[in-house]
Write a protein of this length. Structure first.
Length: 452
């Protein structure tokens, strides 16, 4: 056994044993078998909802049809429903028969400007407006499954209202993929600003995301799990000239090439990858209109993914200075801007330990890894975790018999969700809410949040 395997295995055992001790504080009010039966009963609806949302995707802050379907379902269950929270967000409140704790469950609603290539019978052919253009739209990230699973959980929990002591808040969030151009903030931040976590205020929040992985497995880690995400925008200004006379102008194409090379080298040579994963990618370069004209402007954009705030701030400062120096060396000028899209997804350590046996109850023995490596993809669920303790976890949803390493990733035209995992997600939502509400009140009657 390698040192890495020994450390990982020890951490896994500690997390599971610590969580089990907390989870067994009281006998369950609702047995797992009753939950499993209720989930199986609602599963055909969950599949139908998922396929309907998949066929009719909507971009961020334009999820009007989606929100109407969700709100109508929650109202049919007798929940208190608030719509228009964060433009198109929906909040449903289920109050149990007796007072108790309050817990929140969250799903995201928006789709992506992607041309679907799955070949599914219910594949999207819809379009939307993005940056002033008509674009194809598809649920290429799995949010269709997220909504369907949380709607199913709401139906199961509503059917158990008489047995519930406490309150469950269901949050359906728009614009998780980032604020559309011209918008000051994305869906999570806007929902929080408009009271999604108020009246009642949850003591904790939980959420999930489908990703490539062995079907039905659950994986996450305490503390930093998903990276903070920043958008980088660089504008370079030179002097236009004939392509045959580059010395008579200032060549921003050459500057752009040096900027990309410098940023790649800066990240690789100034950050210790063994202590904090860091990715800086320049993904777009726009410049010029004709093959023999050197333009006077080049615009670049990219993304920065980090897990340490101080290290991120230092790298941004170095990158800004480096871009300016490269431009100056050519006689050009540069503008460097950074905007945060999502903060670090930080899983509360105490809740991470507590939830491990609950997720095993939902997914089965050997199906949960609470010591997974961090991932450089991002999620604005992080903003909810800034307000209250929370845990975010991933649900493996690759096709049967396909190596997750080769299955289509999120955001690709071929991405699809193995519908066999929908029942796992619904069970996990339901059991997480039930077991949290069954917790013995602490001396402060709240969950203690680990500050970071």
């Amino acid at each position: 056994m390698s040192i890495h395997q020994l450390i990982t295995g020890t951490a896994l055992a500690l997390v599971l044993s610590a969580g089990a001790a907390q989870a067994q504080a009281v006998d369950p009010v609702v047995e797992r078998a009753a939950v499993a039966a209720a989930v199986e009963a609602v599963l055909p609806e969950v599949v139908d909802w998922r396929r309907d949302f998949h066929r009719h995707p909507e971009l961020g802050f334009a999820e009007t049809r989606t929100a109407a379907v969700i709100a109508a379902h929650l109202e049919s269950l007798g929940l208190e429903v608030r719509t228009g929270v964060g433009r198109t967000g929906v909040v449903g409140i289920l109050r149990g028969a007796r007072p108790g704790h309050t817990v929140a469950l969250r799903a995201d609603m928006d789709a992506l400007p992607v041309l679907e290539a799955t070949g599914l019978a219910f594949a999207s052919t819809d379009t939307g407006q993005y940056m002033g253009q008509t674009v194809p739209v598809a649920h290429a990230c799995g949010h269709d499954a997220h909504m369907a699973m949380l709607m199913g959980a709401a139906e199961v929990l509503a059917g158990m209202k008489a047995q519930i002591a406490g309150t469950v808040v269901f949050i359906f969030q728009p614009a998780e993929e980032g604020a559309p151009p011209g918008e000051p903030m994305g869906g999570a931040a806007l929902m929080i600003a408009e009271g999604a976590l108020a009246d009642p205020k949850p003591e904790a929040i939980f959420g999930l995301h489908v990703v490539p992985g062995r079907p039905g497995t659950i994986f996450y880690k305490p503390e930093g799990f998903m990276a903070a995400s920043d958008r980088i925008d660089i504008s370079l200004h030179g002097k236009q000239t004939h392509g045959a006379w580059p010395w008579r102008g200032i060549d921003v194409i050459a500057v752009a090439g040096q900027v990309v090379e410098t940023l790649n080298t800066l990240t690789a040579r100034t950050v210790d990858p063994t202590t904090t994963p860091t990715v800086l990618t320049i993904a777009t370069i726009n410049a010029g209109v004709r093959y023999n004209i050197i333009p006077d402007e080049a615009v670049l954009s990219g993304t920065l993914r980090t897990f340490n705030i101080a290290q991120r701030d230092a790298l941004v400062a170095r990158a800004s200075a480096a871009v300016g120096h490269v431009a100056e060396a050519y006689g050009a000028t540069a503008e460097f801007a950074v905007k945060q899209n999502a903060a670090l997804v930080y899983n509360d350590p105490d809740l991470s330990a507590w939830i491990a046996p609950v997720l095993v109850e939902a997914a089965g023995e050997g199906q949960v890894n609470p010591a997974s490596p961090p991932t450089t993809v991002a999620e604005d669920f992080s903003y909810f975790q800034h307000e209250i303790p929370g845990v975010f976890w991933h649900l493996g949803a690759s096709p049967d018999g396909v190596d997750p390493a080769t299955s289509a990733p999120n955001h690709s035209p071929q991405f699809d969700v193995n519908e066999k995992v929908l029942s796992v997600g619904v069970r996990a939502h339901v059991l997480t809410a039930l077991r949290f509400l069954e917790r013995q009140p602490s001396r402060s009657n709240t969950v203690v949040m680990t500050r970071w």
